[in-house]
Ligand binder design. Structure first.
Ligand SMILES: Nc1nc2c(ncn2[C@@H]2O[C@H](COP(=O)(O)OP(=O)(O)OP(=O)(O)O)[C@@H](O)[C@H]2O)c(=O)[nH]1
Ligand SMILES: [Mg+2]
Length: 244
């Protein structure tokens, strides 16, 4: 057994924009769960010039946990999530990449589960899902649940991707797989996460799923609004088009 304990390394990408309250907690949780399970890891924080001082807090955390565990790869200004991932991958020394939000919506306790499932089947991608088994969403109002469910239902209907949660962003990838997927994706925002899975299917990558409980952010601002819904609808049509 466990090969992963000796040879694999997991680079955890944390894109941040105004996560000053969340960052210390998420990093503490990641370190706790990763050390407990014995996997080799590094955390790469990609902060896009947050005005709330996230980067300064990240620098303090780096002093606590060490420069080999916490890598800081900041950018000058808010340039979006897609390019934040690309930027992070460039600096990743692991052969696996884990992508997660820094706002505590994605609990680090699931990371070892992702890794174990990946090892068991040699999956190219493992994705968290809110829509099967013990998965679920907490803290969302009815409108947001309806939008998320509706978006997912429509997508399942049109694209039949064989994966139950397309808009989630808590995932584990083989590094070369993620690299190829990001380069082939052109969507932005929520649609980006969906396109990643649709493309993964096109390339015949194997995908595993782990049920996760998703918790809405407590600190910081949420920004789902009408423009996201329109963006989603047009993105879905685009994916439907490339899918045929
Ligand atoms: N580096 C970087 N990180 C970003 C950017 N936009 C968002 N993030 C981070 O990406 C993660 C996901 O963004 P969220 O704002 O939580 O998006 P969401 O979950 O769809 O929406 P809410 O949680 O409701 O606000 C969080 O860790 C953010 O701090 C960006 O432009 N650059
Ligand atoms: Mg969030």
């Amino acid at each position: 057994m466990p090969d992963a304990l000796t040879t694999n390394k997991y680079s955890i990408l944390l894109p941040t924009y105004n996560e000053v309250e969340n960052l210390p907690i998420i990093i503490w949780l990641i370190v706790t769960y990763m050390q407990k399970s014995g996997y080799d890891f590094e955390i790469i924080v990609i902060d896009d010039g947050s005005p709330d001082g996230t980067l300064e807090v990240a620098q303090e955390l780096q002093k606590v946990y060490g420069t080999s565990k916490i890598l800081l790869r900041p950018r000058e200004k808010k340039l979006g999530l897609g390019t934040a991932y690309i930027h992070g991958i460039k600096h990743a020394t692991g052969n696996f990449i884990i992508i997660m939000d820094a706002d505590l919506s994605h609990h680090p306790k699931y990371i070892p589960e992702f890794i174990k499932l990946q090892e068991a089947h040699n999956y190219d991608v493992v994705t968290g899902t809110r829509y099967v088994g013990d998965g679920g969403v907490h803290g969302w109002d009815f409108k947001r649940k309806l939008i998320s469910r509706g978006a997912n239902f429509l997508t399942q209907l049109l694209l039949r991707p064989g994966v139950s949660d397309l808009t989630g962003s808590f995932r584990l990838y083989k590094k070369d797989v993620l690299h190829k997927l990001i380069q082939s994706c052109i969507s932005k925002g929520y649609v980006f996460q969906m396109e990643m899975i649709i493309r993964a299917r096109q390339f015949n990558y194997t995908i595993g799923e782990v049920p996760i409980a998703f918790v809405d952010r407590v600190y910081g601002e949420s920004k789902l609004g009408g423009s996201e819904i329109i963006q989603f609808a047009s993105g879905l049509l685009y994916l439907f088009d490339i899918h045929r």
